[in-house]
Ligand binder design. Structure first.
Ligand code: MRU
Length: 345
């Protein structure tokens, strides 16, 4: 399976997702600031993968704090955590992972700076391992929703590359394939960064799962032709009422799926659910550089002087969501009550 991110000799090594599928290169981050740059620049992307990178980044930051004094260490560590959380605003997993690391630092204070550092490294690696295990569980639960012969449409990349490994939405597809079902995927190309065309297609091909890339604007055409049996996507943040923020364009796909009576499934770990916010209206939507829209591979494709807008995510209202597949099982509407129950226990 693809190794998205690893901790190796106190360095964070990531496959460079800007370069796939044409080049398989790795970026080696030697300090937490290079991890932040990698997250901002989409070397690594996808909510759970960003969470893992952030955890490793703050562990790396802690290693470089030159002090043995606890107060100084804590002040610097908190500043590193703040910088890390600000790298990208939408994915809940980023702040979730940093919060978990901060808690570990607080609980290990009695072991001194050296003790905290080694616990932080241990925790970051644990977050990675847990993420892969969670995705396998999501896959086991979710695969029951797919029949043999299903043609499944997905948007963006919610696969091994977007997580510690295995994937959320694509984890469900993998599990169905491993259960012996014949599954075919339609991958929306996902403008402007082409996560679908480049990344989903790359990793599914590697896993021998049949995949066809389609333009984003042809999803309705294929649904109308009766060629899509289900939609499965990942999520960047899910609000307490079940509203789902995911890659820009997901909302259009969900509305189309409803019109065509096709189930719209979201696969995500609990770390993507932000139960502290009531609805999707409170989810901050990252606005990325216009150049990602006006240029392609460094070359301008729109007229000089014309501006563009580039929201990276949109929110799909919970009424379009048929089910959320988590590591604790499948949540069906009413999502708000199910999410409340999950977080109360
Ligand atoms: O901008 P990206 O590539 O980080 O956006 C990623 C997505 O929208 C994914 O669908 C989402 O994070 C789920 S990944 C398991």
């Amino acid at each position: 399976m693809v190794q998205t991110i690893v901790w190796k000799d106190n360095q964070v090594v990531m496959i460079d997702q800007r370069k796939l599928p044409l080049q398989e290169k790795y970026v080696v981050c030697k300090g937490y600031r290079s991890v932040i740059r990698a997250i901002k620049g989409l070397v690594i992307r996808g909510a759970p993968a960003i969470g893992v990178a952030a955890a490793m980044g703050v562990a790396q930051g802690a290693l470089k704090i030159r002090t043995t004094g606890m107060d100084h260490f804590k002040t610097r560590f908190d500043a590193i955590c703040r910088e890390m959380v600000a790298a990208r605003p939408t994915a809940a997993n980023l702040s979730w992972a940093v919060e978990r690391m901060k808690q570990v630092a607080d609980e290990t204070g009695h072991r001194g700076v050296k003790g905290i550092r080694s616990r932080l490294i241990e925790e970051a690696r644990k977050i990675l391992d847990e993420d892969i295990a969670i995705n396998r569980t999501i896959g086991r639960y979710g695969q029951g929703l797919l029949k043999d012969g299903s043609r499944v449409l997905t948007h963006c990349n919610a696969g091994a590359l977007a997580t510690g490994g295995y994937g959320t939405a694509l984890g469900v597809v993998r599990a169905a394939a491993q259960a012996g079902k014949r599954i075919e995927i339609f991958a929306d190309e996902t403008r402007p960064f082409l996560q679908g065309a480049r990344l989903t297609a790359w990793e599914l091909k590697k896993s021998n799962i049949p995949v066809t890339v389609i333009t984003d604007n042809s999803a309705g055409y294929f649904m109308q032709q009766g060629k899509v049996d289900a939609v499965i996507v990942g999520a960047d943040r899910i609000a307490a009422n079940g509203d789902v923020a995911n890659k820009i364009g997901t909302y259009m796909v969900a509305v189309l799926a409803r019109t065509h009576k096709i189930p719209f499934y979201v696969a995500a770990p609990l770390s993507t659910i932000d139960a502290s916010i009531k609805s999707g209206q409170e989810i901050p939507i990252e606005q990325r550089d216009q150049k990602e829209v006006t240029h392609f591979q460094g070359k301008r494709t729109t007229p000089q002087g014309v501006s563009a807008q580039n929201p990276a995510f949109d929110v799909t209202p919970h009424r379009y969501v048929s089910a959320i597949i988590t590591e604790k099982g499948i949540l069906t509407p009413p999502l708000k009550a199910k999410i409340r129950r999950l977080f109360a226990s």
